[in-house]
Design a protein around this ligand. Sequence first.
Ligand SMILES: *[C@@H]1O[C@H](CO)[C@@H](O)[C@H](O)[C@H]1NC(C)=O
Ligand SMILES: *[C@@H]1O[C@H](CO)[C@@H](O)[C@H](O)[C@H]1NC(C)=O
Ligand SMILES: *[C@@H]1O[C@H](CO)[C@@H](O)[C@H](O)[C@H]1NC(C)=O
Ligand SMILES: *[C@@H]1O[C@H](CO)[C@@H](O)[C@H](O)[C@H]1NC(C)=O
Ligand SMILES: *[C@@H]1O[C@H](CO)[C@@H](O)[C@H](O)[C@H]1NC(C)=O
Ligand SMILES: *[C@@H]1O[C@H](CO)[C@@H](O)[C@H](O)[C@H]1NC(C)=O
Ligand SMILES: *[C@@H]1O[C@H](CO)[C@@H](O)[C@H](O)[C@H]1NC(C)=O
Ligand SMILES: *[C@@H]1O[C@H](CO)[C@@H](O)[C@H](O)[C@H]1NC(C)=O
Ligand SMILES: *[C@@H]1O[C@H](CO)[C@@H](O)[C@H](O)[C@H]1NC(C)=O
Length: 747
Amino acid sequence: MSALSCMRYFNLHRRQGCVLLAVVTLLWLVTILNLNSSAVIHGRTEHIKLEIVKLSEQYIRALARDNEGVVDGPYAGRFTAYDLKKTMAVLLENILERLDKVEHELNITANVSSHTQGHRSKEPSLLAKDLINGEPEQCILSDKEKQLYPKCEGKIQWMKQMWQSDPCYASYGVDGSMCSFIMYLSEVEGWCPRSAWRGSSLMPTKDYTDSEHANITTDLDGLMQLLKDPNERQGYAWIRMRIKRIWPRWEAAIRNLAKTQDMTQRKPKKILIHLGLLSKQSGWKFAEMQFKGGPLGELVQWSDLITALYVLGHHLTITSEADQLGSIVSQLPAANSPCQSRKELPVHIIYIDIVGLKQFKKYVKTGYGKFSCLLRILDSFGTEPAFNLRSFAKRNKKLTSWGGQDLQPQQFFNMFPHSPDNSFMGFVVERHLNETNAKDIERNNHAVVYGKNDYMWKGKEEYLDIVNKSGLVIHGTVYKENQSKLENIPNYVINHGILNGEDLHTLLRQSKVFLGLGFPYEGPAPLEAIANGAVFINPKFDKPHNRNTAPFFKGKPTERELTSQHPYAEQFIGEPYVYTIDINNSEEVRTTIQKILDIDHFKGYLPYEYTEEGFIQRMNAYIEHQNFCQFQKQLTKWPPESNVQILFGEAGKSCKQVCWEKNLICEPSHFLETNAHSALMTKGASCAANKTLIDIFYPALDTKTNDCILQQEELLFSCVGAQDHLRRLCPCRNYIKGQTALCTNCV
Ligand SMILES: *[C@@H]1O[C@H](CO)[C@@H](O)[C@H](O)[C@H]1NC(C)=O
Ligand SMILES: *[C@@H]1O[C@H](CO)[C@@H](O)[C@H](O)[C@H]1NC(C)=O
Ligand SMILES: *[C@@H]1O[C@H](CO)[C@@H](O)[C@H](O)[C@H]1NC(C)=O
Ligand SMILES: *[C@@H]1O[C@H](CO)[C@@H](O)[C@H](O)[C@H]1NC(C)=O
Ligand SMILES: *[C@@H]1O[C@H](CO)[C@@H](O)[C@H](O)[C@H]1NC(C)=O
Ligand SMILES: *[C@@H]1O[C@H](CO)[C@@H](O)[C@H](O)[C@H]1NC(C)=O
Ligand SMILES: *[C@@H]1O[C@H](CO)[C@@H](O)[C@H](O)[C@H]1NC(C)=O
Ligand SMILES: *[C@@H]1O[C@H](CO)[C@@H](O)[C@H](O)[C@H]1NC(C)=O
Ligand SMILES: *[C@@H]1O[C@H](CO)[C@@H](O)[C@H](O)[C@H]1NC(C)=O
């Protein structure tokens, strides 16, 4: 062991480490001096040894005393042991001198004198005296390190140009030298390996103590305190009501879950939740409209998210107005600084919506980069990679006010599991009636129409007439302001106005059919109806609805093609709970209604993923496993590789299709493994030419040219997207039936 490589082992990061340092140094000294016991024969040696030990001991004691309360070199407060290195170097010079003396006296040719010419070890390292003289260390990335930290080199290049752009870099000790870049990028931002400058890999990276655990919390009052209205706008009133109503089920769900899986080893996370949709600035009047038939899907999702995070025992901060957010953000250390310390992050996760995100960006300004990997965006309808990557979207004229966020696609959380590029959050389908109080409700020949607003009924008279003629009594729950006339509601419809949940569910339990009108798309109501045993008539679209054909999807960052009003009900539930039919086809409507009227036992069905327990399980898995601040290539991936298969699709099919046809789900977090010519060649591609391009279809084989094409831009890995002549290489994972988001051992 050379003296200097030994010195590197003392790269301690804590001042208290001096004590340890002393002990380790002594042990080392003793080892060195015992190197060849047969050589140590003179009583004289014993004396020298003792002298060295005594002096060194004193030296180290003094050192330890000195270092108490000492700022640690240019990497102030970062415990990079910069000054310790210097003092260690002095110490070692001392020791080396003494060793020379010992060597000389005993004529030991111990291999420790690396400071003599021609004895430098293979790795370039600094000599103690150089270090004392302030010469920079050599920091070199090995090829292996470059592979493990793919972003490191790019970040170094950026630092070279930009380190003076903000004083925060200098405050972390960046001085323009290569080593200072690498030290900063490894220590503060985490993009580079610490080993490149021989940093200790033992450095703690968590800012909470390991002993603290997230405790399951079932204290409703505590949650209500968090949801006190900050203003007079009743912003959270609807959310509070929903949480209180469902509370007993949430309690039962978390208890039950804790019985079936280990919930004890989780760390409490600090989570910021900002409901931009409720803010005055959004201009959406969500807060005002929540009791008047306004769109509630998003509020449902926010209520459930907040509740799940709370019962899981995480620490929540909830805001809904931009100025509240501003005051919180301005308290975050260095919110306006581009230096991104992963250790000083004041929050671990930020749940927000697109409206809120715009406000958030305004308040954190240049500090945004530091927070962006913490973001989880509630995004009901999905954001596809092609719209997410700003430069690409712009070039392809797809940039909308919703897209272009340059986040990782999985940072977007959807209402339904429709876009595998995003994450599926979902919500809880409320059950207002339990088996006991629902027992006596008699099911009649009633149909309830899915459409809270008059305009949704426009042009549907023919369809409703057929239903009316088939003998079903049609009920509506259309919002009616003042005594305004409802123009599109046929007069045989019994309109109840907006019903409260319990009354609505009672009505559904009294009914056999829940009639979709084609709009709104993908709401929660059909799931409630199905859970209450009413059969959902799901309007099939002759031509799929998308952003080009449906005003609702215009400008939304997705090319998704809706084949019916409720694709989830169509694909994941199906008959006998759901009939997806053409409602313009009178015959089909008539026969379907007849089929339903022939049923003699109506049974409700609720997929596990839409229950409280399923929701908590899913969110918990995400919180424990998803990490978008991963700078290093992950060694242990989630979902684990054992659940993933790489499939070589047929030409013209998207990965979403390719996986789904094998009853699997496209898993974007494993695209990286597919992005190699060798991966295509193992699947039989001959690769006439190797190319790397920027578009959503790659990696793929071009069947016209036999070219193998890889993806250049990782943010463009996309489950969707197909071209006639391309065979895509797709990562597909298995899933738990009823818990689509999780692979079979991802819980
Ligand atoms: C000590 O040195 C002798 C030769 O001088 C060698 O034979 C022996 O193996 C050495 N012992 C140790 C423990 O290195
Ligand atoms: C040390 O030993 C080597 C042979 O092992 C010899 O050549 C050299 O002269 C000796 N040096 C001293 C100072 O005794
Ligand atoms: C010194 O150590 C190096 C590697 O640790 C070894 O390769 C070399 O042979 C040693 N030299 C002597 C003289 O023992
Ligand atoms: C969890 O409970 C333990 C024991 O009651 C307590 O010490 C700990 O602080 C709690 N953790 C949190 C995050 O509240
Ligand atoms: C069903 O709900 C009623 C209140 O609506 C409650 O009193 C009763 O205990 C519940 N029964 C069960 C089995 O949960
Ligand atoms: C609706 O049904 C009722 C009773 O079945 C019937 O009297 C009425 O004519 C029907 N209306 C239309 C427009 O079909
Ligand atoms: C309902 O009544 C309020 C005041 O009574 C009025 O401001 C509003 O315009 C009315 N709305 C409609 C749709 O008539
Ligand atoms: C039904 O017909 C209307 C107009 O006749 C048309 O606009 C609509 O797209 C059709 N719907 C379906 C599902 O075919
Ligand atoms: C493409 O890349 C693979 C793997 O690196 C290699 O084996 C093959 O020879 C390359 N093909 C061409 C045409 O360069």
